[in-house]
Write a protein that binds this ligand. Structure first.
Ligand SMILES: C[S@@+](CC[C@H](N)C(=O)[O-])C[C@H]1O[C@@H](n2cnc3c(N)ncnc32)[C@H](O)[C@@H]1O
Length: 202
């Protein structure tokens, strides 16, 4: 059985008890650098996940006798590794343990419900902003190319009245949450790893 364990937004206090138990019983953990580094007292094998997805699948298939856990940030099925693994590993061999997503985390911090939320991403793609901004409540995971400022420029281009919430380094000691108009966000210093919430009603 391959476990896919959502670690939550980053701070290990957010790992579920089940996730923690499965990690302890694993022979091998596979994950991105940030996720691997967060698992401290693990004596088994650690394999870094980068652009080696095919090799990872081969490794998993060749090591069926081992307890393998793949780490995911947040929830594995929100713009995470869950999708790729579910397409490449038989369902009966996959045990996915969801974690608290960075998206859920930011909404809990600003006390806003997630009802009717449109979830999307700018990772490695240019979103269709006409479509995205047609929604009243949006949350985006972002990359270094299209982040909060680029999103705000798209809002301003369309003359839309929106409030933007940027959640940086959520759950870590350097967490920062900035709330403002698109103009205010554009006049802020550069942002670190973040999610962006766009609200019509605030
Ligand atoms: C590949 S996506 C993974 C999302 C993850 N599956 C989740 O549910 O949070 C990575 C993006 O999620 C967001 N993210 C993940 N953890 C974060 C954190 N602790 N603080 C702010 N944003 C975070 C950032 O937009 C980051 O670029």
């Amino acid at each position: 059985m391959i476990n896919v364990i959502g670690l939550g937004p980053g701070n290990t206090d957010y790992i579920t008890k089940l996730g923690e138990k499965l990690l302890k019983n694993s022979d091998v953990i596979i994950g991105g650098k940030r996720n691997l580094e967060s698992i401290k007292d693990f004596n088994g094998e650690k394999i870094e996940l980068a652009s080696n997805l095919k090799e990872i699948i081969e490794y998993i298939n060749d090591n069926k006798d081992k307890q393998i856990s793949v780490l995911a940030s947040g929830d594995p099925f929100i713009y995470g590794i869950g999708r790729y693994l579910s397409k490449n590993i038989e369902s009966k061999d996959l045990n996915v343990v969801s974690g608290i997503s960075s998206l859920q985390y930011i909404f809990s911090k600003v006390h806003i419900d997630m009802n009717d939320l449109y979830i999307t991403s700018s990772h490695g793609k240019t979103p269709d902003f006409d479509y995205v901004l047609n929604h009243k409540k949006v949350c985006m995971v972002t990359d270094k190319i299209i982040g909060p400022k680029e999103i705000c420029k798209e809002i301003l281009k369309r003359n839309l009245d929106r409030t933007v919430i940027v959640g940086e380094n959520l759950s870590y000691d350097n967490e920062k949450i900035t709330i403002g108009s698109p103009d205010e966000i554009l006049n802020t210093d550069e942002f670190d790893m973040c999610v962006v919430v766009i609200l019509e009603d605030y």
